[in-house]
Design a protein around this ligand. Structure first.
Ligand SMILES: NC(=O)c1ccc[n+]([C@@H]2O[C@H](COP(=O)([O-])OP(=O)(O)OC[C@H]3O[C@@H](n4cnc5c(N)ncnc54)[C@H](O)[C@@H]3O)[C@@H](O)[C@H]2O)c1
Length: 356
């Protein structure tokens, strides 16, 4: 007997820049559909609902009261994720929360506790994990083909104009953005770096505001010590004109891989290439990189969001965990807060370790 696949109703809160990516991603999934949206500015919800052919509610309470909504996508400004997510969890809704999970470890913990007590599932968007290059890199690491990991660098040299920061009163603020180039943009690659390299135990950082009138950093640099003994480098900027392809550079005793804009740019593996000699050997791999959101946040393609949503729905169906867990997202915020603390104090800082 063939059982019909469950179709999940989604509600979306926060109809701004990233909301259409969620709506488009959901529209392409057979087992999900966007039911209704809400925004603190009701006209934005109404206009968005009209464009996407869905219902809208004048307030969040009305959206959360709808029995035809199973999952809520939290697309409000970063420092409001826990507050809105907790309300949704208490209403019994599963949660897809945009990155970062929130802007402090304490807020992340409140949200994770609320989701656990309500018995709802939660994932935090980290769509780059679902790109082909990153999946391949993770496979190579899992197969042991890079050997023991020794050095992991994440470089996110993007560009955002002053106009971008001026386009929303929360952007570039400590209170609601929670930081700048690292908390908002670099967070993607903090997640990827931790996903590949593991837990970060120590951070030594330097931050600066170079090219914008904002209170937060537009350049963040950090040296990382991983629990495994590996070390790494993190760079995030929104001041690097015109926005360069983001890179993850991972080296182990068995080889090096560079992922650029989601594609493998270079994979030099000792088990294929053999001995590199006393002075190293010539690079032989060089596939071309693809598109990136380096300069245009609205250009985020929906495919990767769609893959993450599909993964989340599969977890709901199976009763398992999604690929990107709330605990992992919390660990990213702990690393980022440690970067800010270290930049302020001039000392190495241990991130508030993820709960087990
Ligand atoms: N995954 C990605 O690549 C990606 C890209 C862009 C943004 N984001 C994340 O998405 C979130 C939103 O960013 P954005 O650029 O869309 O912001 P935005 O300012 O364009 O949109 C936020 C929307 O939330 C609404 N809002 C604010 N407070 C609200 C509240 N209390 N209740 C209901 N609605 C409220 C605003 O009116 C606005 O329409 C941020 O956390 C950001 O980090 C992720």
């Amino acid at each position: 007997m063939v059982t019909a696949q469950r179709r999940y109703g989604f509600g979306l809160i926060g109809c701004g820049v990233i909301a259409p990516t969620h709506a488009t991603a959901l529209a392409g999934l057979p087992n999900a559909h966007l039911v209704a949206v809400a925004d603190i500015v009701p006209e934005k919800a109404k206009a968005f609902a009209g464009e996407h052919g869905v219902a809208w509610e004048a307030d969040i309470g009305a959206l959360l009261a709808r029995p035809d909504i199973d999952v809520v996508s939290v697309c409000v400004p970063s420092g409001l994720h826990a507050e809105i997510g907790i309300r949704a969890a208490r209403a019994g809704k599963h949660l897809v929360v945009e990155k970062p999970i929130d802007i402090t470890v304490a807020a992340a913990d409140r949200l994770l506790d609320a989701a656990a007590s309500a018995g709802v599932l939660l994932t935090v968007i980290s769509q780059h994990r679902f790109s082909a290059g990153l999946r391949r890199l993770r496979e190579l690491v899992d197969q042991g083909r890079l050997g023991r990991l020794i050095l992991g660098d994440a470089i996110v040299k993007w560009y955002r104009s002053q106009g971008y920061y001026d386009s929303g009163d929360w952007r570039g603020t400590w209170a609601v953005d929670g930081g700048g180039a690292l908390m908002n943009q670099g967070v993607h690659y903090v997640d990827l770096l931790c996903w590949i390299m593991g837990t970060v135990d120590e951070v030594t950082a330097l931050c600066a505001t170079q090219a914008h009138t904002i209170e937060v950093e537009d350049v963040a640099l950090a040296l990382l010590r991983f629990r495994s003994g590996a070390v790494g480098l993190l760079q995030a900027s929104t001041a690097t004109y015109p926005g360069l392809p983001e890179r993850l550079e991972i080296s182990g005793t068995g080889g090096s891989v560079i992922v650029e804009a989601g594609d493998i740019r270079l994979a030099e593996l000792a088990d294929e290439k053999g001995d590199a000699g006393a002075y190293g050997s010539k690079i032989t791999s060089s596939p071309l990189p693809a598109g990136t959101a380096a300069a245009d946040p609205a250009a985020v393609a929906s495919d990767a969001h769609q893959a993450q949503l599909a993964d989340f729905l599969a977890a709901l169906d199976s009763g398992g965990q999604p690929s990107v867990t709330g605990e992992e997202a919390r660990a990213c915020v702990a690393v980022i807060r440690a970067v800010y603390d270290s930049a302020r104090s001039g000392r190495p800082v241990a991130p508030a370790n993820p709960r087990r």
